[in-house]
Design a binder for this molecule. Structure first.
Ligand SMILES: NC(=O)C1=CN([C@@H]2O[C@H](COP(=O)(O)OP(=O)(O)OC[C@H]3O[C@@H](n4cnc5c(N)ncnc54)[C@H](O)[C@@H]3O)[C@@H](O)[C@H]2O)C=CC1
Ligand SMILES: CC(=O)[C@](C)(O)C(=O)O
Ligand SMILES: [Mg+2]
Ligand SMILES: [Mg+2]
Length: 335
């Protein structure tokens, strides 16, 4: 068997290493808002740093922060957390962080992209570490306010102080992750697995699987509403059972007919060809080719993202969802 991962929980982590430090949270979007609120509710000293007085600024003010411009947050900070988009981080680092940071201030990431692909070259005097929540920002906040926490990965890239891991665990505790559990990893492992997961399953794979099934039914002449409930809407219920009880529990919750069909046709559809393509996707990530392609796309103004979003928004799936929205809303559990 492979070596078991090292897992840390609340008892293994203390807030002490960071309790007297000023923590600058750069960005107030998906993760930024969740981290700033959770760290503050954990009694830590948080300052929100933003580039512009736009929507994020307004939201932060509404949540009781007094945001400041990035350079002003950075100047006072002992710990600088990058919660702005991955493609933006190196520019903000170069123009606002590096020229203004205190010598030896910590640089903290929620995803390893910029460090692993060497887009940011941090000073050797700084601790560089990561706390990567394995869930969306809204869930990081939601679980925390309800007494739980989203699991996370922690990693240390540079450790001149010798205390980087204790501080990473402290941040993980502050956002609620150690209430669940935190796994030690490397920037390389987190970056490559996170990209692979979002591309082949969580974002790309699941969405295209559902869309392909939906389209197949519609092309065969079935009603889009029926296809939507079957191939898209019911997914949450099945995934919720997998989340609670694993695949074994899910298979117990469905009919024997579904078990037989699922166990045989699942492998027929998601076959070795698909696995080969998954390996290809992994290779593209590991070689740095995906990173290169994404940087180029971003530099061209992200046309592929824009087109993709537009195509999906206008798709029959989304039109059907809009038509069924009231039914879905009415049916949701009330407590
Ligand atoms: N979305 C998620 O739930 C997860 C994100 N991460 C990582 O967390 C980091 C932040 O991701 P998200 O929270 O999704 O970011 P986001 O896209 O929600 O970030 C928005 C924030 O960044 C600011 N921002 C946007 N463009 C900017 C620019 N050009 N210059 C300066 N600030 C700008 C916005 O004002 C806003 O405050 C990334 O490293 C990402 O990989 C990690 C785990 C999950
Ligand atoms: C939410 C999350 O963990 C992702 C999919 O990796 C991301 O948003 O980058
Ligand atoms: Mg990701
Ligand atoms: Mg992720």
């Amino acid at each position: 068997m492979k070596k078991l991962a090292k897992i840390y929980t609340d008892q293994d982590a203390s807030l002490d290493p960071i309790k007297d430090k000023k923590i600058a949270v750069l960005g107030y979007g998906n993760q930024g808002r969740a981290w700033a609120l959770n760290l503050r509710d954990s009694g830590l000293n948080v300052i929100v740093g933003l580039e512009r007085e736009g929507n994020s600024w307004k939201q932060a003010v509404q949540d009781g922060f007094q945001p400041v411009h990035t350079e002003d947050a950075v100047k006072q900070a002992d710990i600088i957390i990058f919660l702005i988009p991955d493609m933006v981080q190196r520019y903000v680092y170069r123009e606002k962080v590096q020229p203004n940071m205190k010598e030896g201030a910590d640089l903290v990431f929620a995803h390893g992209f910029n460090i692993h692909y060497k887009l940011i070259d941090p000073p050797s005097t700084s601790d560089v570490y990561m706390v990567a929540p394995k869930g969306p920002g809204a869930t990081v906040r939601d679980f925390y306010t309800k007494g739980g926490g989203v699991p996370a990965l922690v990693a240390v890239q540079q450790n001149p102080s010798g205390k980087a891991m204790e501080k990473a665990l402290a941040i993980a505790k502050g956002i609620g992750a150690t209430r669940a559990g935190v796994i030690e990893t490397t920037f390389k492992e987190e970056t490559e697995t996170d990209l692979f997961g979002e591309q082949t399953t969580l974002v790309g794979g699941v969405m295209e699987l559902m869309r392909s099934a939906f389209r197949t039914l519609v092309e065969l002449g079935y009603q889009p509403e029926v296809a939507y409930f079957e191939t898209i809407n019911e997914m949450k219920m099945i995934v919720d059972i997998i989340y609670e009880k694993g695949f074994t529990g899910m298979l117990k919750a469905v009919s024997d007919t579904a078990k037989y069909g699922g166990l045989t046709v699942g492998k027929f559809v998601i076959n070795e060809e698909v696995r080969k393509r998954m390996l290809e996707a992994a290779e593209k990530i590991r070689s740095g080719k995906f990173a290169e392609e994404w940087i180029e796309e971003y530099n061209r103004g992200s046309p592929t993202i824009k087109e993709g979003l537009e195509e999906i928004e206008n798709s029959l799936e989304e039109q059907t969802r809009r038509r069924l929205k009231e039914i879905i809303e009415r049916g949701k559990p009330k407590s």
